[in-house]
Design a protein around this ligand. Structure first.
Ligand code: UN1
Length: 513
């Protein structure tokens, strides 16, 4: 861990050998078992973090609920000012934090920096938003009455995030929730706890400098059992959860059972449709980055290419050629394109997917495999693979969080491709490569893509923060980040005010006393 400036980065982020939550110095409490964070880059132990017991959780909740009382009464633009300062701190810490993301999670350093950039961008967005938490006014049907609506803070927002975007997804949620007047309790993935601690340290510094109460930002650590404290807790009106569909179904049921709100951002099975009018060069860039970027571990990763038969061989050859250029290795070394998978369990799932596609009749055209030897000691490095398959194969219908790309062929009209693309359980991201206006518009029409994200001449991954992010069907239906996604973090209230001396009833009802 002495190379690539990791030691310096850890030091700058306040990461110690054992990171222990206490009530002083940083806004988290935890005294439970230790979680070891091992880097998939080289298999080395980076540091340890204490997990949150039920008792610690109660301390966290009382810090959060009492902080809410102060925070909710602060004018939203002043809350925006705190988020502005947080964004500035992230600018200062961009390099060490990007490095930690890369080292703990395994994505390339460039992508680690990109993730911190998303955090900075959402802070800027939230600062502007802090002056735009608008409700509507409407005309009352009664004389001398005024009607309007306002948005009030919701309370404690629980955030459960995944390993693959260990810092950005928290920021999308927390930056918006903060300007909305909420306080947040965050459970990062137990696979990337140090990213959580680093962000918590940065946030704690900003809150302390502004004499704000402990508890606006809280951290809890552990596996799903710790997440369950929140999902079952009535004091948490909103749970925002990012992760697998399997996890999302459990969270939705637990939160739904108490009629809480959940914002779910779950699995994808994202496809790019390649039409007869596609620009092949652009298709290759979009598809290859989409399939192998972050080692295929984005929820927006490209899993399926649906290629028109007239273009099939051309596109296939171009992509196979592009895969030959890929350099797999240490993600901190900027010469490499593809880093490791998160852990050896992920490697197993990758291998199972490759054997399953063959069992189902698929044809592997770019061989996969686990790399070994110098530089690959962690056992987490795999070769991006490509298989020719059929849309209905079980494995093609399934989201495998690894760099496995399926080539599917369609013939005839673009409608046939849209059918294939929609005919999966998930509905996150989708794309079409075409220069044909009619095809593009059909893809975007009511009868087109059923996903939350639909792109033209862009791949499936790499969405900007300004749009609402999320998807339909088993992706969970939630929207995070830009547009009006902030509304889920607030409660809406309709207000009617009578400024007369009469009390007329609505709907013209007569009730004479
Ligand atoms: C995720 O994989 O959970 O659109 C989020 C993208 C990124 C976010 C992905 N901006 O690929």
């Amino acid at each position: 861990a002495t190379s690539f400036g990791i030691e310096e980065a850890l030091q700058e982020l306040g990461i110690k050998e054992l990171n222990k939550g206490t009530s002083t110095g940083s806004n988290w409490f935890s005294d439970g078992d230790e979680i070891a964070s091992k880097s998939p880059v080289n298999g080395e132990l980076i540091a340890r973090v204490t997990s949150t017991s039920k008792e610690d959780y109660e301390k966290v909740m009382s810090a959060a609920t009492s902080a809410f009382k102060t925070w909710r009464t602060m004018p939203a633009p002043q809350r925006g000012e705190i988020v502005r300062q947080f964004g500035d701190k992230l600018r200062e810490k961009k390099e060490p934090l990007g490095k930690l993301v890369s080292y703990e999670m395994g994505k390339s350093y460039q992508e680690g920096l990109g993730e911190v950039q998303e955090m900075i961008d959402i802070c800027d967005f939230a600062v502007g938003l802090s002056r735009q938490l608008h409700g509507l006014t409407m005309h009352s049907e009664r004389p001398g009455h005024r009607m309007y609506e306002q948005y009030h803070p919701l309370g404690v927002v629980g955030i459960i995030s995944a390993f693959n975007f260990p810092v950005a997804v928290w920021a999308w949620n927390t930056a918006l929730a903060w300007v909305c007047g909420d306080v947040c309790v965050w459970k990062p993935s137990e696979k990337t706890p140090l990213c959580g601690v680093a962000c918590q340290n940065i946030a704690a510094e900003v809150f302390a400098a502004n004499n704000l109460p402990e508890g606006i930002s809280c951290l809890i650590n552990g596996d799903y059992k710790v997440g369950e404290y929140m999902t079952k807790d009535k004091r948490v009106p909103l749970i925002s959860a990012t992760g697998s569909t399997r996890m999302g179904k459990i969270v939705a049921q637990e939160v739904g059972a108490r009629l809480g709100k959940s914002l779910l951002e779950l699995g994808g099975n994202n496809a790019i449709i390649v039409t007869p009018d596609a620009d092949v060069k652009m298709t290759v860039i979009g598809a290859v980055f989409g399939a192998v970027g972050t080692a295929g571990q984005r929820c927006t990763s490209t899993r399926r290419l649906i290629i028109h038969e007239s273009m099939y061989d051309k596109v296939k050859n171009a992509i196979v050629d592009a895969y030959k250029q890929l350099r797999i290795g240490n993600p901190l070394d900027e010469n490499n394109h593809v880093g490791p998978l998160i852990d050896t369990d992920a490697v197993d799932m990758y291998q199972k997917a490759l054997s399953q596609v063959v069992e189902e009749g698929g044809n592997i055209i770019v061989e996969g495999g686990v790399l070994s030897g110098e530089g690959y000691e962690s056992g987490c490095y795999v070769k991006p693979a490509i298989a020719e398959a059929q849309p209905e194969y079980k494995i093609v219908q399934h989201e495998t969080f690894a760099p496995v790309l399926y080539l599917l062929k369609y013939s005839g009209d673009v409608e046939n491709a849209i059918d294939i693309q929609n005919n999966v359980a998930q509905g996150l991201s989708s794309a079409i490569m075409t220069n044909n206006l009619r095809e593009a518009e059909r893809f975007l029409s009511h009868a087109g893509s059923d996903c939350g994200i639909a792109n033209v001449n862009i791949g499936t991954s790499g969405a900007e923060i300004g749009g609402a992010f999320g998807g339909e069907k088993e992706t969970g239906g939630g929207r995070e980040s830009g547009s009006d996604a902030w509304k889920v973090y607030m409660r809406r209230q309709t207000n009617t005010i009578n400024y007369t001396t009469e009390l007329p009833l609505a709907q013209g009802i007569k009730f004479d006393l």
